[in-house]
Design a protein around this ligand. Sequence first.
Ligand code: NAP
Length: 247
Amino acid sequence: MEENQEKNILNKVAIVTGGSKGIGASIVKKLSQNGYSVILNYNTSKIEAEKIALTNKNIHLFKADVSNYFEVQSLVNYAITNFGKIDLLVNNAGIDLIKTINDTSIEDFDNILKTNLYSAFYTSKEVSKYMINQKFGSIINISSIWGLIGASCEMAYSVSKAGLDAMTKSLAKELGPSNIRINSIAPGIIDTDMNKFLNEEEKKSIISEIPLEKIGNVSDISECVLFLANSSYITGQIIQVNGGWNI
Ligand code: NAP
């Protein structure tokens, strides 16, 4: 019995969207070091993705634009064909947009919603079919502090992340009876390319608002992903990882 349980742990399968950079890359590495076969989804950063795959033989690459439903179907088919199941889906892929509402075009708004929110609908729709059949699964959505409190000049981004949190709560209720847990992690500010436009003055000003007086690391998020993946009684929650920025 113990042997079987261990085998199951070692044979877990995860899909991580946007795993080529930043937070996603850290999640991919963390899961691959903790008994998961990981399908690293990337879109444009092929070279970065290939470098990450070199760190662990349990990392497998799949290129897909997750804002496109047909490409998401191919991603999920790849996982099922090659691994037979999906235990964990991490919806991490995301883009930011800093514009006033007047400067935000219809195309901008569509693009943000498709990349950050529709993508999670597409992946969850495809993956949940298999999770329902296997009566087990976990979905983790990487949302944002801005989905909870709103950000000036980031309305489209904030809307997309609030939508993700609503998806988390709704699917937790709908899929809980099938033993599928859905949670969000809402980061504050994490040191990645997404924030590389900030100058030192701007960073200092943000840090002055954070009780822990620092910007977070990608590992702060990947450790939380592993914790949620390993838990069995947490669902429908928005876990804030932000150094106390939103107390
Ligand atoms: P990042 O370094 O800019 O990385 C973004 C990742 O998303 C890349 O791997 C990129 O893949 C992928 N991606 C973007 N569009 C995609 C698409 N259409 N299809 C597939 N993959 C796509 O950003 P990050 O900071 O790590 O952010 C990761 C997540 O955390 C995002 O959802 C972000 O909103 C959220 N978050 C970040 C912060 C922060 O402070 N950094 C705070 C709150 C929330 P390619 O490069 O291969 O295209």
